[in-house]
Design a protein around this ligand. Structure first.
Ligand SMILES: [Zn+2]
Length: 61
């Protein structure tokens, strides 16, 4: 079964926790022995959406 990836610039994603529009996604940098991480979270309810596992770079989500 194929799943299509469709770009939707006109749609704003919803937070999976509070269901509000993610007009802004906030992030914070975490630093530790394992390197740098970026934690992305909802600006309405502060629920964590994603944590970057890339070292150093902050590209993408
Ligand atoms: Zn939220």
């Amino acid at each position: 079964m194929k799943i299509n990836l469709v770009e939707r610039d006109e749609e704003i994603p919803l937070c999976p926790h509070c269901k509000k529009r993610l007009d802004n996604i906030w992030f914070r940098e975490l630093k530790g022995d394992m390197g740098k991480r970026i934690v992305y979270f909802c600006s309405s309810c502060r629920a964590v959406l994603s944590i970057s596992h890339r070292k150093g770079l902050t590209m993408g989500l």
